[in-house]
Design a binder for this molecule. Structure first.
Ligand code: C2E
Ligand code: MG
Ligand code: MG
Ligand code: MG
Length: 279
């Protein structure tokens, strides 16, 4: 059709668009199958005490390998799962798997405070979310205080709907963290209204902390803001000792990042826990 309109350029763009749509359909079908057949893995990144170096908990992160296309990052498949509403069954599986694994580690005698699970705004707005969380906690035997739900600032756009859900989660005893803090749309007034427990400083501020005075100003301010509001603060994406030293000397009590460990599969995470228990 584009050819009839004349001009090879249009044809080029059409093919590119076709390829884009084909890949998307391929991913969509693959994702649907992966959700049905337990094809999505959960990886775990340690959350660490800045001062003692002890593992406090893990953040659960979804991983997917498409049979033909190979590894697809969550930054690509999570938005697709949201678009297709597959995020609801997928998110539930991830939540279950993560809580189940946490319980297993506790049963093995590991001293872990928390398991953190990312919930997308769409999942959070689903009318079944509160009962799903309740049921998963019950089935896995995890006390609500040990589950931390990570929300992004996109939740703020639906605050009228989100606030009652957050309050019900709080009543249940579940912890709430605001992920990627500082990169979204949140106005400070929401911080005061939302029943949050933790702010997660986005890694974009941590990355250039050593060279950028302004990033240091942002990080310092978030740490102080959290303190004044009675919230915990955790830095994400810590890659170097220099960044870690900075956080230590500026009162940020927790971190996660490659300098300690990348996200690990459950076997690797278990081995790491066993090693760190022996220390
Ligand atoms: P996030 O929740 O902010 O997760 C942190 C991301 O930073 C993860 O990327 C993690 O692998 C990466 N990361 C950790 N430490 C470092 C570091 O030191 N340096 C760098 N450069 N990166 C680091 P990942 O696993 O690719 O996930 C990307 C995003 O996808 C997550 O951001 C989260 O928003 C979303 N996501 C992942 N798993 C899930 C899930 O199960 N459910 C939902 N709704 N979203 C998920
Ligand atoms: Mg997160
Ligand atoms: Mg984050
Ligand atoms: Mg992110």
């Amino acid at each position: 059709q584009a050819k009839q309109m004349g001009g090879g350029q249009y044809c080029f763009y059409t093919e590119e668009m076709d390829q884009h749509i084909t890949r998307k359909l391929q991913l969509e079908n693959g994702l649907r199958k992966a959700v049905e057949k337990e094809g999505i893995d959960v990886y775990y990144q340690p959350q660490v005490d800045v001062y003692s170096g002890k593992i406090i908990g893990f953040e659960a992160l979804a991983r997917w390998s498409h049979p033909e296309l190979g590894f697809i990052g969550p930054d690509e498949f999570i938005p697709l799962a949201e678009e297709t509403k597959l995020i609801v069954p997928l998110g539930e599986k991830i939540l279950f798997e993560a809580c189940h694994q946490y319980r297993q580690w506790i049963n093995e005698g590991h001293n872990l405070e928390r398991i953190s699970v990312n919930l997308s705004a769409i999942q959070f707005m689903d009318p079944t979310i509160v009962s799903t969380v309740e049921r998963v906690l019950k089935e896995t035997g995890v006390a609500p205080e040990h589950l931390e739900i990570e929300l992004t600032e996109s939740i703020v756009q639906d605050s009228i709907q989100a606030l009652p859900v957050m309050n019900r989660m709080k009543t249940m005893g579940v912890q709430l963290a605001l992920d990627d803090f500082g990169t979204g749309f949140s106005s400070l007034s929401y911080l005061k209204d939302f029943p949050l427990d933790t702010l997660k400083v986005d890694r974009s501020f941590i990355q250039t902390i050593h060279e950028n005075e302004k990033d240091r100003a942002v990080v310092d301010t978030v740490i102080q803001l959290a303190e004044r509001l009675g919230l915990s603060v955790i830095a994400e994406g810590v890659e170097t000792e220099v960044q870690l030293d900075y956080l230590r000397s500026h009162g940020c009590a927790e971190y996660q990042g490659y300098v300690f460990s990348k996200p690990l599969n459950k076997t690797e995470a278990s081995a790491l826990l066993t090693r760190s228990m022996a220390m």
